[in-house]
Write a protein that binds this ligand. Sequence first.
Ligand SMILES: Nc1nc2c(ncn2[C@@H]2O[C@H](COP(=O)(O)OP(=O)(O)OP(=O)(O)O)[C@@H](O)[C@H]2O)c(=O)[nH]1
Ligand SMILES: [Zn+2]
Length: 297
Amino acid sequence: MNKQVEGIIVSSIAGFYDVQTSNGIERTRARGIFRKNKQKPTVGDRVKIQLDEHGMNYLVEVYARTNLIGRPAVANVDQVLLVISAVEPEFSLQLLDRYLTFFSWQKVAVSIYLSKTDLVSAPQLTEIKQNLNYYAQLGYQVVYNWEDFAQNLATIIKPNQIWTLAGQSGAGKSTLINHLKKSLKQKTAAISSSLNRGKHTTRTVQLFRIGHGYLADTPGFSAIDFTPIKINELCNYFVEFKRVSSSCKFRGCQHLKEPKCEVKNLVEKKQIKQSRYDNYLLMRTEIEHGRLPEYLK
Ligand SMILES: Nc1nc2c(ncn2[C@@H]2O[C@H](COP(=O)(O)OP(=O)(O)OP(=O)(O)O)[C@@H](O)[C@H]2O)c(=O)[nH]1
Ligand SMILES: [Zn+2]
């Protein structure tokens, strides 16, 4: 008898998909129907598989995705661990706002990890922390110390959540993954040793089990493009603008030249950070021109 079970694709190699089920990992192949429909099963996809006692398991259904982000792509990302460096590359609020806006649009929660704190002076670090405090107050988790974070990861990552890393090139994503992998070695060993990989197969991205959730093992992505965002919706992805926008006089207020705008009012009162507002205007211009600035290509 054939049995159908559900699971999550944790890695894909040369046409095979490894699916974590409640009974461990099953190696499967995709049915031809996926190729015909130009639907490419992807790591992170929630799927239904058919187990065959003769050893050929098939992936029979891919459930609708909440999102598909990164390079290599991961589906159904719940949370991004955004790596921002204190220096090399220089700490940038503009960059931070770009990422936060992009992920807000993609309906992905974000935790912020500040890397390279060891390379800046105490006053520089204090200034950066003051800036990041604003974001902590908005509700973003801010992490300064990966050791603490690694220790608590199993409880921070909720059951079946999928986490991935993002951040500028050189920010320290690979370094962080390596730290985390080392400190989680015992817990992640199960997946790696249960699969005997061919030597010359191309690997894409693999999900590691952490507690009852998953973390992608590759750095995710550095460049983002939010020019597909509709310009009139951009303000909804700035969480503090969105929260107060019902107090603006006009419905659908874009917080530009409209009278009695609560966002502008709070910027003036310094309750909304000036740089957030400035970056909002910059992103509007960018969407209008429909292109990525040179330095992010
Ligand atoms: N001193 C110090 N160096 C760091 C830290 N994190 C990363 N680095 C260094 O910064 C450089 C870039 O780090 P990576 O981890 O390769 O950065 P990445 O984000 O994976 O970069 P891409 O692969 O280009 O996207 C490496 O030389 C790291 O050793 C840190 O916390 N402190
Ligand atoms: Zn307004």
